[in-house]
Write a protein that binds this ligand. Structure first.
Ligand code: ISE
Length: 334
């Protein structure tokens, strides 16, 4: 059976998901592109060959000719639209974050629990990136020994908006790190502290975080949303037997005029191309089998990321380390 997919939101990520569904997802068909901006929806639909365009997301979710939904609309719509998908009993791949408010994540979990099944997979695609998969495998099979530390760098060329703040670096960009690190380590966070150096201009400075896990590991995270030179993500997992570091991913190197150079992408879509593809294939498997993908992010993971992000933003504002206080994990998400 061909799965008919609706994409809600035709911005950068919506357009990327549309391309993946159209070109790289055998067994799926692009049914509807939904966006408040009709011209934008039409451009993506025409480029990717979607059957239809629409502007009302709730109506799209309810359509009989839509089997599954990809939510790529603005962050504040993620939780309400996830709940609409649960109510319609349709599987959704929801871009991160589920919500920036932990309480709203809990509401989505409650809706799923009441429905008695999982419906929402979150777009924390880095879990499907080979570098992090290698790190996780080395911990699971024991070759690296006990994990001690994980160091992470997350650099964007520039902020998406001029009024971007340090708190937003923690609630918007850092959730990728929060999620993938707790996935690799298989643990939760106990505390977080955050600081920023001074810049010479009004742009948002990097945020540097130090976290302790409940299992006694130390995690460092730098998020620099104004790194200027390119999109650059690095990570190193240090265990008792050695360390595993992510290599810079570049398909080519140019040697010329006594110099050797590799290129950086301007944003994350190239760096994580393979991860998005694997994630979306896993989502299609979820739609077909109703079995939640083995390494996918669920609503509990969305709640955890939101809770640590919210605590991190407070730790930055207060200039001190704060405990990460989480609700007990519902049995449903075990
Ligand atoms: C941005 O918020 C994202 O969601 C991207 O996936 C991430 O890679 C990027 O660095 C973030 O700033």
């Amino acid at each position: 059976m061909t799965i008919r997919i609706a994409i809600i939101g035709a911005g950068l990520m919506g357009a990327d998901h549309a391309r993946i569904v159209a070109e790289d997802l055998p067994g799926a068909r692009l049914q509807v592109i939904c966006d408040m901006d009709g011209a934008r929806a039409k451009t993506v639909a025409d480029t990717c060959g979607a059957a239809d365009v629409a502007s009302d997301p709730e109506a799209v979710i309810g359509r009989a000719d839509v089997d599954a939904v990809i939510i790529a609309s603005p962050d504040f719509t993620h939780a309400p639209l996830s709940k609409a998908c649960i109510a319609a009993r349709k599987r959704a791949l929801c871009e991160k974050p589920l919500s920036q408010k932990p309480a709203e994540c809990i509401e989505v979990m409650q809706a799923e629990m009441a429905a008695g099944a999982r419906f929402v997979q979150l777009g924390f695609m880095r879990r499907y990136d080979q570098s992090y998969m290698d790190m996780r495998a080395a911990l699971v099979d024991g070759t690296l020994g006990r994990a001690l530390m994980m160091h992470n760098f997350h650099r964007n060329v520039e902020t998406p908006a001029a009024d971007f703040t340090g708190a937003m670096a923690i609630t918007n960009s850092a959730p990728h790190e929060f999620d993938v690190v707790r996935h690799v380590l298989g643990t939760e966070y106990a505390s977080i502290a955050a600081w920023q150096p001074n810049r010479s201009d009004a742009r948002v400075a990097p945020v540097v975080m130090v976290l302790e896990t409940t299992d006694g590991q130390i995690v460092t995270i730098e998020v620099n949303n104004n790194a200027a030179y390119g999109y650059d993500v690095r990570a190193e997992l240090v265990g008792e037997n050695g360390s595993i570091a992510m290599n810079t991913v570049a398909y080519t190197r140019t040697d010329m005029k006594l110099a050797s150079a590799t290129r950086y992408d301007a944003d994350w879509r190239g760096r994580y191309r393979e991860a998005y593809l694997r994630q979306n294939r896993a989502f299609l498997g979820f739609v077909n089998t109703e079995i939640f993908p083995k390494i996918g992010s669920d609503c509990w993971d969305g709640y955890c990321a939101a809770q640590v992000a919210e605590t991190g933003a407070r730790a930055l504002a207060e200039g001190r380390k704060l405990p990460v206080e989480m609700i007990a994990k519902p049995e449903f998400y075990a």
